[in-house]
Design a binder for this molecule. Structure first.
Ligand SMILES: [Zn+2]
Length: 255
């Protein structure tokens, strides 16, 4: 049995075949699917999918860093209201993204820290997006660490040193996705050094499809391709990887 810890299955790229796509995931042994929120516009579709599949699809709540701007008060208030109302498995996805736009770095840092604090208060894990911002992101996590803080660095693509800094936090995991199958991604070599003990699996569907589907739409049924590559990198069997990563995901999300 596998867990996809990060999949945007409510995305409109699945509008034409969402139920068939979910069935393919279940047929592939991917039975738990965690849905990260993006902004206020993604909430309704995410709720609808989770309500239709309450035993398989688990929603998160958070404001994605790419949707943080100069004026976040209304969006942050709504995220806080929903988190306090309950029903979410994590605060996510949240973090810092300096790939597209550095204009709102200060606002991104503030929104990230605030959402991390809500996670601690509500005893929820954080699902962290960091892109070209590892140092700034982990600095905030290190400052806020403690009080039961736990989470995952989603789409981890860093160095062995960065992986060790994540695992040294205590309650944090590395989210391993399709990048591990990319020949020049560097992640295969990193994980060969780091090992699988602190890993969870994710697709980030519909993005970042693993080889041989690279460049096409990603979906949760491809999790075994990622598991096989992580197994190859770390010297485990696929069955061992399934056990390690599913156990980690259950610890993280307290299923
Ligand atoms: Zn995502």
């Amino acid at each position: 049995m596998f867990v996809d810890t990060h999949a945007h299955l409510y995305h409109n790229q699945f509008a034409g075949d969402r139920e068939a796509m979910l069935q393919r995931a279940l047929d592939a042994g991917v039975t738990k699917l965690f849905l990260p929120n993006i902004d206020l516009d993604s909430i309704a579709g995410m709720h609808a999918l989770a309500a239709a599949h309450p035993h398989h699809c688990f929603p998160m709540m958070g404001l994605h860093p790419c949707h943080v701007t100069e004026e976040n008060a209304a969006a942050m208030a709504e995220v806080e209201r929903l988190l306090r109302a309950g029903g979410y498995c994590a605060v996510g996805e949240i973090g810092i993204d300096l790939h597209w736009d550095k204009t709102w770095l200060l606002q991104q840092q503030e929104a990230f820290r605030q959402q991390v604090r809500w996670a601690k208060e509500l005893d929820l894990p954080v699902v962290i997006h960091c892109r070209q911002s590892f140092e700034r992101t982990i600095a905030i996590v290190e400052e806020e660490n403690g009080e039961g803080l736990r989470g995952v660095f989603h789409c981890f693509t860093g160095t062995p040193e960065e992986a060790r800094r994540v695992t040294a936090l205590g309650g944090f995991f590395l989210g391993i996705g399709g990048v591990i199958t990319y020949p020049k991604g560097g992640l295969f070599e990193t994980m060969a050094q780091v090992g699988a003990a602190h890993c969870v699996l994710e697709t980030d569907a519909p993005y970042l499809a693993p080889v041989p589907h690279r460049g096409k739409r990603n979906e949760s049924a491809y999790i075994p391709l990622i598991a096989a590559k992580l197994a190859e990198a770390t010297g485990h069997s696929v069955e061992e990887i399934a056990h390690i990563t599913t156990t980690n995901a259950e610890r993280l999300f307290r299923l």
